[in-house]
Design a protein around this ligand. Structure first.
Ligand code: ADP
Ligand code: MG
Length: 482
């Protein structure tokens, strides 16, 4: 019988505030160890935390964005709680988080898969502070502690166990990643740890209650997320098939071996002895504040995706590719603005096709593209007026990418790339080809389709690849019929 994989994700997004969640210390990445941990962060006696309104505002933006701009998932009053545990990188002995009353309850994220869309439900999103970092590199045989990260604001985004494969989990994580960058609450830098995923994985027979989950901690790339879930699901299925049982546990993924292994048996919430932090007032969010945040929200990825599909006749999948980042939509909309709605489909193909491939190859963001939107629009204009064939357009694109000219027109001029669309000139060439290839003509007339392609090939060759293939086809057909 079949097995079903069930996945729920907890994502930690580091909020892009200049200072920490409860202190004025800087959150800048990369400082020398312990240069950015103030008295509050290391919990010296007598200090008091004060919540950072910039972090709260970012949480509000997220809450509205995952709820169609409706504020009914935002707690007007939420509570900071202490999560108590001992670990060297947590000098306070507790982490300030939210437990019973988080700032955001519910919401949805819609993901685009090759075969359609799916809605993933959010359980909650809550504010908390990050811990410091243990450094286990060679340090005179000892470990070091860097407390710069202690107190950095995080939004922990918890999904329902709605995903059924590693592909769905990755699509969801990518959608959240693109959303937090879109609404400008997190820089999304996964190498620096600004966006980390914990994956909860269980397996079951379809229709049965949920199985026991194991939680894979701290996955900091989409590829590792995919590999870790695939490995873990396979391991659980094999364990159960061999008559074993799954015990709830926290596991780590080892990218070198591609395996997950148990780190500790899982704590339950009561092990943390959560209680409201007596140093912090309840977090109150006013209607005015919510209205102000609402007013500042831009069109969201999902709305844009639906609009692109509707107005430009794109598939939802193609529209989804364009709305992966705000910068991509700016680039695309710029092109459509210059060329008009009728050109949108060709523009979309170029942005998600050749441009995306080149950016990917050279590891660049679209905002750093050597070919800006105006240049690509100029190129698409020459495709649309038949100056360039698809093949020539690619050549021009590559040359512009290398910086050989500032516009498609300049390159066409320089390289003599003009496609021949003058029907008089093409007719003359086709006449010559027919005269020079009586055998192919005879075969075609006898019903051999292949002979036709050979004649088109000859005509293209005679134009040195610059003939408009569609026009040559048409002329040739007409002449051979006559
Ligand atoms: P904790 O904070 O202790 O890890 P939560 O109740 O916050 O626990 O749940 C964590 C995540 O685990 C959520 O994303 C939830 O969807 C997911 N989850 C819960 N039960 C299962 C299960 N049986 N299989 C897969 N994921 C699960
Ligand atoms: Mg957890």
């Amino acid at each position: 019988m079949e097995w079903e994989v069930v996945i729920g994700l907890e994502i930690h997004a580091q909020l892009s505030t200049a200072s920490k969640m409860f202190s004025g210390a800087s959150t800048e990445f990369g400082a020398v160890p312990n240069a950015q941990a103030c008295a509050v962060d290391i919990a010296l006696p007598g200090v008091l935390p004060v919540a950072n309104s910039g972090a709260v505002e970012r949480a509000l933006r997220f809450g509205l964005a995952v709820n169609g701009n409706n504020a009914d998932n935002i707690s007007r009053r939420s509570i900071f709680a202490r999560k108590n545990y001992f670990y060297p990188d947590l000098p306070k002995g507790y982490q300030i988080s939210q437990y019973e009353l988080p700032i955001i309850n519910g919401g949805t994220i819609s993901i685009v898969l090759k075969d359609g869309q799916k809605t993933i439900h959010l359980t909650r999103a809550h504010l908390e502070e990050d811990a410091g970092k243990s450094l286990h590199e060679d340090f005179h045989g000892m470990s070091g502690i860097d407390l710069n990260r202690a107190g950095t604001p995080l939004l922990e985004i918890v999904s329902e166990p709605d995903m059924r494969s590693a592909e769905e989990a990755v699509a969801y994580a990518k959608a959240v990643h693109s959303l937090v960058r879109w609404i400008d609450i997190c820089d999304g830098n996964m190498q620096e740890g600004s966006f980390r995923c914990d994956a909860n994985v269980s397996v079951r027979r379809p229709g049965e209650p949920l199985g026991t989950r194991r939680e894979i901690k701290n996955l900091n790339s989409f590829r590792f997320l995919q590999q870790a879930i695939d490995y873990e699901a396979k391991w659980q299925i094999e364990t159960l098939q061999d008559g074993g049982t799954i015990h709830q546990a926290t596991v780590l993924f080892d990218p070198d071996s591609g395996e997950t292994r148990a780190m500790r048996s899982k704590e339950d919430a009561h092990d943390y002895r959560y209680f409201p932090d007596p140093d912090l007032l309840p977090l109150v969010v006013t209607e005015e504040w919510i209205e102000r945040v609402k007013g500042g929200l831009l069109e969201l990825p999902q709305a844009k995706r639906e609009r692109y599909a509707r107005d430009y006749g794109l598939s939802v999948y193609d529209a989804g590719l364009l709305t992966q980042s705000r910068e991509t939509t700016v680039y695309f909309e710029d092109m459509v603005g210059q060329l008009g709605t009728e050109a949108a489909k060709v523009c979309a193909n170029w942005v998600s096709g050749d441009l995306a491939a080149a950016l990917n190859r050279d590891n660049l963001d679209i905002a750093q593209s050597p070919v800006p939107s105006a240049q690509l629009a100029g190129l698409v204009a020459r495709i649309r007026d038949n100056t360039l064939s698809g093949k020539m357009a690619r050549e021009v694109f590559d040359a512009m990418w290398r910086g050989e000219a500032a516009s498609a027109d300049e390159l066409i001029e320089k390289k003599g790339l003009k496609q021949i669309s003058d029907s008089g000139a093409l007719e003359a060439i086709v006449d010559q080809v027919i005269a020079a290839n009586p055998k192919s003509v005879e075969e075609y007339r006898a019903g051999k389709e292949k002979a036709f392609n050979a004649l088109v090939g000859q005509a293209m060759k005679a134009t040195r690849g610059k003939g408009n293939p569609a026009q040559i086809n048409e002329i040739l057909k007409k002449k051979l019929a006559g």
